[in-house]
Design a protein around this ligand. Sequence first.
Ligand code: ADP
Ligand code: MG
Length: 400
Amino acid sequence: MAKLTVSDLDLKGKKVLMRVDFNVPIKDGVIGNDNRIVAALPTIKYVSEHGGKAILLSHLGRIKKEEDKPGLSMRPVAERLSNLLNKPVTFVPTTEGKQLEDAIDGLSDGDVLVMENTRYEDVKDGEYVKRESGNDPELGKYWASLGDVFVNDAFGTAHRSHASNVGIASNMGQTAAGFLMEKEIKFIGGAVDNPEHPFVAILGGAKVSDKIGVIDNLLAKADKILIGGGMTYTFYAAKGMKIGNSLVEKDKIDLAKEILDKAGDKLVLPTDSVVAEKFDNDAAHKTVEGDIPDGYMALDIGPKSVAEFEDVLKSAKTVVWNGPMGVFEMSNYAEGTLEIGKFLGTLTEAKTIVGGGDSTAAVQQLGVADKLSHISTGGGASLEYLEGKTLPGIAAISDK
Ligand code: ADP
Ligand code: MG
């Protein structure tokens, strides 16, 4: 069933609690990259322009002791938000109590307020009590009492059950998805639940063990699964091929065999690899077909594999990509990932979706992100979504 979204709500004069993802990189009070704040702007602006009083909550980093707090204050984030919105934003340096309640009472329609880092609640009087990240029922109830409606736009935390997402929602009459959340549900959720066929998954990255759940779930749904990256060589080993010094998970070889048996020709492995003498961009390297020679490690898929993958991808209507095809962080082993990314950009008739922390970084770093349909904003959350798991933060959003 479709989820309620912020555009379904009557916001005028309402106190609108909003869970956003302002978990930006920050050092000595300086924000490294404000992508996540920018990504939250459409929903914040919408609420403000429709006469809602926006009360923003987010976590920032991890807080395990009192000393963690000062460096992870939300104040610089509130200041950056004010600059981006080009209007004043009220910052309240606490997460509960009279100062916060008075500030909320003082809001006019269209105003924006940011409260302190929700994870300040994880440490009380020097003790690590995890009220926020352990979803303390009293905390969710208290925060819910501060607003009239709840908008959850923080996809990045949707796989966690925290007081500021699930806790508030379970104490609130209506919870709606924000625009970012709506987009994630539409693309990743749509691909997993109701894909247009042919549906091709591209799975790479470092380890088989990280991706078992994704492989299992997508085997049941996709028409083809293209394997690349480090996990390839555990599959090679399972087929009795030579792998040289390539990455391998010995204790997963049997599992890889089972997957190969179950998948049949649905699963496609690379036929050639770029191999190097060392895990180093400057190491001597070459392209080989099939077996990886002794003394070499495979660090990227080769050009023949790229062409074979493209041949499968060209007729796809839905493509989900998780995990780089090689060690894209080093220029000599980035080609496979880059070529696949570029090719996906040409598939204008297909929905092309990228999920996963490093995969997202790869398509952005290689400059192919803007040609794709959807780049997920949540690494861990997108993986769990691809595994077919129910994400508590999404489950807690009201149905339409
Ligand atoms: P994601 O975060 O998108 O889920 P992963 O964390 O699974 O992706 O994988 C990303 C990492 O996999 C990258 O750091 C990349 O360097 C590494 N990787 C890809 N191919 C290989 C390979 N052949 N050998 C070793 N590491 C690899
Ligand atoms: Mg990763």
